[in-house]
Design a protein around this ligand. Structure first.
Ligand code: LLP
Length: 437
């Protein structure tokens, strides 16, 4: 049975249609491997997410997590929608500012920010979520040198267990992020920050993990953060104006995965926030969310050309495509599932059991194992779904494979938003030292 999400279509030629464009034609026109992003879907996802929170709380800032996909055109779309940005490096910050997202709608996260990255953030009035006392000192030092105040929040670790892959669970005590809440370390850090002259302590931040499909952990996170907001007000007289719960809302990758609606998450979080604000008589606060995957993952497909197929007695047939772990590392790295169809045989029966492999010299170089597809032949076009988040953003040049191109489609129109790398792009930074010449 064909399993396509509702924003995809098929046409009379039996081809996959994305954003009004025929996938087979896109592959012919732009080559493969090719990331295709559906602009309308990105907009729909953002709007739905924003509305879910904004309808329930008067002050909401949705900061798109650029790490999911930092392409400038994607950033521009979200800037146009009014999104803020969550950045985790100086270059992501440059992208956000570059497309016109105002610095005061950007949050800068991460456990290792260099001095020059911090400087860029301070100059642009970006909210810095501080991850350690040493970082706090570094910021204070910079503010004196720059003669400018810094707006900060503290990244706290609320010790919330999340049902996700251990590599992307970040809210547990043993994870590297944030100040520990339970032991009082986070409270002490607020105390230290409040003594600093040029540091304005305005927020609290945490991110408990990614690809979470249950609202429970977000509610627990909200409880723990709001308790600290109340404590900081009572004991230190600091009014935190910004409560940032991070990103992490997952999407269904497998056809039978559950769906977590942003409305449900908003409902759970905001019931906690409301209650604590009323009980503790807290001042008005802005709720900040940092979705990455929810906004961009299902808006993009990776198209890859089938080159060879190979039977193995008693085993699935190997189907080799021109995109591998260099183009999409999630299956190799996390054992992640990405749904796959043949874009040129979208209505044919899935009669063959296959493993889909890339062209690299590693056994981990596969995109899917034990999948049912129509009988695959050289020249067919594989479509790998839900690749918009952490796809091209985590790609590499392993085995000197150029990174794929990315194209934006909107109601049938298509334009390149990231060029395919060339041989020159792969080598132009290399140098042969004089003594080898
Ligand atoms: N905010 C912070 C501080 C984060 O660390 C992250 C993701 C996000 C927001 C966005 O989370 P999202 O809404 O996308 O779940 N490479 C992995 C995901 C790593 C996520 C890291 N942090 C993957 O491919 O699944």
């Amino acid at each position: 049975m064909l399993m396509l999400k509702q924003h995809f279509g098929t046409n009379t030629r039996g081809h996959l249609v994305i954003g009004g464009a025929d996938a087979v034609e896109l592959a012919e026109r732009f080559g493969t491997p090719l990331y295709v992003v559906d602009e309308q879907r990105v907009r729909e996802n953002y709007r739905r997410f924003y509305r879910a929170f904004a309808e329930r709380w008067p002050s909401v800032l949705v900061c798109y997590a650029l790490k999911a996909n930092f392409n400038l055109a994607i950033c521009k779309i979200l800037q146009g929608e009014g999104a803020g940005a969550d950045v985790s490096s100086g270059n992501e910050l440059r992208n956000a500012l570059g497309v016109g997202i105002p610095g005061n709608r950007v949050v800068f996260n991460g456990n290792y920010k260099t001095l020059s990255e911090l400087e860029l953030a301070i100059i642009n009035d970006v909210m810095i979520n501080v991850d350690s006392l040493q970082e706090l000192d570094a910021i204070e030092g910079l503010t004196s040198r720059l003669g400018k105040r810094a707006r900060i929040g503290l990244r706290v670790n609320p010790n919330v267990k999340t049902p996700t892959h251990p590599y992307i669970a970040t809210g547990l005590r043993e994870s590297k992020f944030g100040f520990d809440v339970a032991s009082g370390q986070a409270f002490e850090a607020y105390k230290s920050a409040s003594r600093m002259r040029n540091v304005e302590v305005v927020g609290i931040h945490s991110h408990i993990g990614s690809q979470i499909l249950d609202a429970g952990p977000f509610e627990e996170e909200a409880e723990k953060l709001m308790a600290l907001v109340a404590e900081v007000k009572e004991r230190l007289n600091i009014h935190l104006q910004s409560v940032d719960l991070g990103g992490g809302i997952g999407i269904p990758y497998k056809p039978d995965d559950p769906e977590l609606q942003p409305e449900e998450v908003a409902e759970h979080i905001i019931s906690v926030v409301k209650r604590v604000v009323e009980e503790k008589n807290l001042a008005r606060l802005t709720l900040v969310l940092e979705p990455g995957r929810y906004i961009i993952a299902d808006a993009s497909v990776l198209l890859a050309r089938v080159g060879y197929t190979k039977e193995r007695p008693g085993m699935p047939t190997w189907v080799a495509v021109d995109a591998g772990m260099n183009a999409l590392i999630r299956p190799a790295l996390y054992g992640a599932y990405h749904h796959i169809e043949l874009a040129n045989k979208i209505r044919e029966k899935n009669e063959q059991l296959v493993n889909i492999a890339g062209p690299l010299c590693e056994s981990g170089d596969f995109l899917g194992k034990e999948r049912r597809l129509p009988a695959a032949e050289p020249g067919d076009l594989a479509a790998i779904f839900d690749v918009g988040a952490y796809g091209l953003a985590m790609s590499s040049q392993h085995t000197a494979q150029p990174r794929p191109a990315m194209v934006l489609v909107n109601r049938g129109k298509a334009e390149i938003i990231r060029k395919r790398e060339s041989y020159e792009d792969l080598t132009h930074l290399d140098q042969i030292p004089g003594w080898l010449k």
